[in-house]
Design a protein around this ligand. Structure first.
Ligand code: ATP
Length: 372
């Protein structure tokens, strides 16, 4: 289906983006700090982080709407710091659509082409192609108020792409949509980006969206990038406690490193539970650490069933949360700590109730360890 849309359209001047040691201060607030990032041609990179972590400020500096305090931004190898926004030739989509209410869909999308003084016949050709690309071929004469939120965002996307920009920036473009439409539009955006192979930098605070869309994710916190990697890397191998807590769900147990056992560290939690984690060179005996394990990586069995694994404990089911496709259990471990466990709600899988005695366990390979 996607291949049929705007099929003779591909981005002809895709560029890479290089951000070097970027910093932005607003008075005594450092919004972005020592940020360096390279986005390859055709890559989809997401800036993911909590509110106030500097995502929008970074995007605005790339677009040219904010001036960096220091650092450099290169597009296609050329510094754009001294160029005004319109000369950077970047396509941009915002959360609030920013459509012109008094203009039809056709005129909204045509706007960047009129600014560039293209011939009327060329404008018409390109707008119709953009409408096809964003699946709105039947709505050229409607006004934004006559469209749903999802349709308005398609118009905004068409307008951002119609002038064949080398780079597309998107700031929470799906933030105003409901969950179902949001998930649908994620797939649309992804397929259009793949089709056009346009270099894209996307901002969101929604980790699921970032995992679904991105080639790589830059996890931001307090103006800095904490980790950058593929969705799998940041989920499976978070580099620190912040990333482990921000992407996906994690259980955190506080403890101290006791000794090395082969390729693992033996850690005693504050309540003296022994836990084995992968050996990490930079850590050593006596260090205070946090041990993490994802709720979906923990086995859950009836108390009398054995668990043959490095990290194996007795516990009691303290709370059961039914969440549709999964069931969440809070288990109070023998030492006193609590652990959340997630199990798919599928036929045939054993269900547990509050008060059940259980055995829990997980592989040491599935355990993370971070300095506190
Ligand atoms: P959100 O997800 O809430 O949009 P964000 O990660 O995009 O957050 P930014 O909007 O970039 O974060 O803001 C980063 C920091 O800079 C925040 O502390 C914010 O209050 C501050 N800030 C942003 N713009 C300005 C401004 N124009 N004047 C003063 N402070 C600002």
């Amino acid at each position: 289906m996607v291949q049929e849309r705007g099929k003779d359209w591909c981005c002809t001047q895709v560029a890479d983006v290089e951000i070097r040691d970027l910093r932005k201060c607003f008075g005594n607030v450092t919004a972005v700090d020592s940020l360096s990032l390279t986005v390859e041609r055709g890559e989809f990179v997401t800036l993911l982080g909590p509110s106030g972590s500097g995502k929008t400020t970074t995007l605005m500096m790339i677009a040219g709407f904010e001036t960096p305090t220091s650092g450099d931004i290169l597009i296609g190898g050329e510094s754009v710091i001294s160029k005004p926004p319109f000369k950077r030739n970047i396509g941009m989509v915002f959360q609030n659509y920013s459509l012109f209410p008094h203009m039809t869909v056709f005129e909204n999308i045509a706007f960047p082409l009129r600014m560039r003084k293209l011939q009327e016949s060329e404008i018409r050709k390109r707008v119709l192609k953009a409408l096809e690309l964003v699946r709105l071929p039947d709505y050229p004469f409607r006004y934004p108020r006559q469209l749903s939120g999802g349709q308005q965002q398609r118009v905004a996307l068409g307008r951002a792409l119609v002038f064949d920009p080398p780079i597309l920036l998107m700031d929470e473009p799906l933030g105003a949509l409901d969950k179902n439409l949001r998930e649908y539009m994620q797939l649309e955006i992804k397929s259009i980006q793949r089709q056009l192979k346009i270099t894209t930098i996307y901002v969101t605070h929604d980790q699921q969206e970032a995992l679904t869309l991105s080639d790589r994710i830059a996890v931001m916190n307090q103006g800095r990038i904490e980790q950058i990697g593929t969705p799998q890397e940041v989920y499976e191998k978070p580099c620190n406690r912040f990333v482990a807590g921000f992407i996906g769900e994690s259980n955190f147990l506080k403890g101290k490193i006791i000794d090395r056992i082969g390729e693992t560290w033996l850690i005693k939690t504050d309540s003296h539970l022994p836990i084995q984690t992968p050996y990490i060179d930079s850590l050593g005996p006596g260090m205070e650490v946090f041990v993490t394990v994802r709720p979906e990586r923990v086995f859950l069995l009836r108390g009398e069933d054995a668990v043959d694994d490095a990290n194996h404990f007795e516990g009691l089911v303290e709370e059961v949360n039914y969440v549709g496709e999964i069931v969440k259990y809070r288990i109070r471990l023998e030492g006193g700590e609590a652990l959340w466990i997630k199990k798919p709600n599928v036929t045939g899988l054993r269900k547990y109730e509050e008060g059940d005695s259980v055995a829990v366990g997980w592989k040491w390979e599935d355990t993370g360890v971070f300095v506190g």
